[in-house]
Design a protein around this ligand. Structure first.
Ligand SMILES: [Zn+2]
Ligand SMILES: [Zn+2]
Length: 210
């Protein structure tokens, strides 16, 4: 029997290996935080230090549509709620309530999935699709967080969250930075590793997690 998400061999009957289950748990924990942080990114030019303020004043855009889409009905909240609903349905439970603000609903849906993570990893037939979709969602939300000028994207985090579940969050270097830290998993990348990251030729990340 193999993990349905990453095909790693499993010693016991389950849908997800420990690494994929852990990765899913980490991302479900992070998504409500991303949701909150993205509120600061709704306006173009917001969260910029010494950005081109004059430019923004002359041609004000009302809102960043990509951020709005992620935070609105149909965005992050709908992905989380539909997976929670599918999970509850598979368990023979009723539909979870969708009440309160979208922020509250994101929190409730993510929490509802996390407290059932053991069952999802062991038995939920949709576990692999869910793990992949949540990983994609976390990457998208993360990518929306840092559009500041003067920040270079170096590559994707190569840290192994365990058993081959590669973190994959985008890594960026602010001007003058001496180190890069992955905002998803906390791995530090000193400057001598940046070229390797940028070329995507990352060997097993031994020694990267200082
Ligand atoms: Zn796996
Ligand atoms: Zn990472």
């Amino acid at each position: 029997m193999n993990c349905t998400a990453c095909t790693a061999p499993l010693t016991t009957s389950a849908q997800l290996c420990d690494a994929c289950a852990h990765g899913l748990d980490v991302r479900l924990d992070e998504l409500p935080v991303y949701y909150l942080l993205l509120a600061d990114r709704l306006q173009p030019g917001a969260a910029r230090g010494d950005g081109p303020v004059a430019l923004v004043r002359e041609a004000p855009l009302p809102v960043r549509v990509d951020v709005l889409t992620m935070r609105a009905e149909g965005g992050m909240v709908s992905v989380l709620e539909s997976w929670r609903e599918a999970m509850q349905d598979a368990r023979g439970w009723g539909r979870p309530a969708r009440v309160g603000t979208i922020e509250r609903r994101v929190q409730a849906a993510a929490r509802g999935l996390r407290i059932n993570l053991d069952w999802i990893a062991a038995e939920f037939p949709g576990a692999a699709d869910m793990a992949r979709e949540i990983r994609h969602l976390a990457r998208q939300a993360n990518a929306l967080l840092d559009p500041a000028p003067g920040v270079l994207r170096v590559g994707d985090c190569a840290a192994d969250l365990g058993g081959g579940d590669i973190c994959g969050a985008p890594l960026r270097v602010p001007a003058g930075a001496a180190s890069i830290r992955c905002r998803l998993c906390g791995t530090d990348y000193p400057p001598h590793t940046w070229m390797t990251l940028a070329t995507g030729a990352w060997a097993p990340p031994t020694g990267a997690a200082a």
